[in-house]
Write a protein that binds this ligand. Structure first.
Ligand SMILES: Nc1nc2c(ncn2[C@@H]2O[C@H](COP(=O)(O)OP(=O)(O)O)[C@@H](O)[C@H]2O)c(=O)[nH]1
Ligand SMILES: [Mg+2]
Ligand SMILES: [Zn+2]
Length: 390
């Protein structure tokens, strides 16, 4: 894995040098040469047979794409192996992958046979990327400072957690919510394994999880509490309500391994039935059941992007102003603190802090805000030394 990575970087640098020189000579790049190009400018059809498509899966050296029809519906059965046109590789040095799942791209059939692969699939070259409407990225764990784009162009983020096995981490849910808010995508929260909480949870646990569900509902989020593996799950009103929210939308699934994401997707008649990991200890081992993100068409219309479970979740740091906007309940109060640059920590006359002390804002969410601001880990119980009493 590491070896390929090195080679890619080497090659990119070489290409980069060559391009720099040639740019000097020509002074400008014509629009047709830039990788990112609005789909309104695309020339579909024509002598090179260019066609619009969607990136459905990304591997280190190539991607899989599926063609899109006139109604912008993706035919997930029509899969091609694709490579980004060589001339564009240099443009995307900042990201680990040049394209991400969900990208809307213009491709040309690989008539020159430049795509080197034995795979028994039609091959094509990705010529252009439609500017992304939204994206979810995390810091690349292998290359500090680099963003790894997990998925793009989704309408909403479905945050799946289970009450127990593994136990829900509301701090992680907050991080996903911040991501959704900062990207302007809807967030939907699912708490699965209701049956386990009822059977194995202590009365305190049951009461506290119920209170958390109510807290997030109070913030305006859709929160579903359900049992994805129940026998009659397909008829369950909560499942039907969730199903209607997924209709005709592109939804990014997120959540740890073992919480029941595949079990949930299987209820919505996916084109490809998801493997449900029956090994109960899967999440302790930290293995991922799905190694690559993929784009799944649902029988009811709409698509789901299933990413590998994200264990350690780090995203680009946000300053207090941007971060506090991602906490929806803070918004009506923002701009009212004494200092415009208030971090809502120990500054005098901070309205956020005052609202927390007065019980108008949730202390839990405030701590979560501070934890994210101060770069504390998302794991519960690790947020220490915060300037607020419990
Ligand atoms: N008790 C209980 N187990 C569930 C529920 N939903 C899924 N599971 C089980 O949890 C495990 C992981 O499910 P899976 O769908 O593979 O989770 P994923 O890793 O998030 O895709 C499997 O053993 C499922 O049978 C539920 O609502 N209750
Ligand atoms: Mg799964
Ligand atoms: Zn403040």
């Amino acid at each position: 894995m590491a070896r390929w990575h090195m080679r890619d970087t080497d090659r990119l640098e070489k290409v980069g040098k060559i391009r720099k020189k040639s740019r000097k000579k020509t002074h400008a790049l014509d629009a047709g040469e830039t990788f990112e190009l609005d789909s309104k400018e695309w020339r579909v059809g024509g002598a090179d047979g260019a066609f619009p498509a969607r990136v459905v899966e990304v591997h280190k050296r190539y991607a899989f794409i599926s063609t899109e029809n006139d109604l912008k519906k993706v035919d997930t059965r029509d899969v091609w192996l694709a490579e980004v046109a060589r001339k564009h590789l240099v443009a995307h040095r900042a990201e680990r992958n040049f394209v991400a799942v969900g990208d809307h791209v213009l491709c040309t059939p690989d008539r020159e046979h430049t795509v080197k692969s034995q795979a028994d699939l039609p091959k094509c070259v990705i010529q252009h990327l439609d500017p992304r409407r939204s994206k979810i990225a995390r810091l690349d764990p292998h290359t500090p400072g680099r963003a790894h784009v997990l998925a793009t162009n989704m309408d909403q983020l479905l945050i799946v957690a289970s009450y127990l096995s593994p136990k829900v981490k509301w701090g992680l849910i907050d991080r996903y919510l911040v991501l959704a808010e900062s990207e302007g995508v809807e967030a939907i929260i699912v708490l699965n394994k209701e049956d386990l909480l009822a059977a194995e949870g202590t009365p305190e646990e049951i009461a506290s999880e119920k209170a958390m569900v109510e807290l997030y509902r109070g913030l305006g989020y859709q929160v579903f509490s359900l049992q994805a593996n129940a026998k009659d799950a397909k008829e369950h009103p909560e499942i039907n309500r969730l199903e209607s929210l997924l209709k005709d939308k592109i939804t990014l699934l997120s959540g740890h391994s073992g919480v029941g994401k595949s079990s949930l997707v299987n209820l919505f008649i996916p084109e490809i039935v998801q493997a449900v990991e029956e090994d109960d200890n899967i999440f302790y081992k930290g293995r991922h059941t799905t190694s690559f993100a993929s784009f799944i068409k649902l029988g009811t219309g709409g698509y789901v992007i299933d990413t590998p479970g994200i264990r350690s979740f780090t995203f680009e740091e946000k300053g207090p102003i941007e971060l506090s906007h991602c906490f929806v309940e803070f918004r009506p109060l923002l701009g009212k603190c004494k200092f415009r640059e208030c971090r809502h920590m120990d500054e005098p006359e901070c309205v956020i802090r005052a609202a927390v002390e007065a019980g108008q804002l949730s202390r839990w969410r405030y701590k979560s805000y501070l934890g994210i601001l101060l770069g504390a880990t998302g794991r519960e119980g690790r947020i220490r030394d915060l300037p607020i009493e419990d």
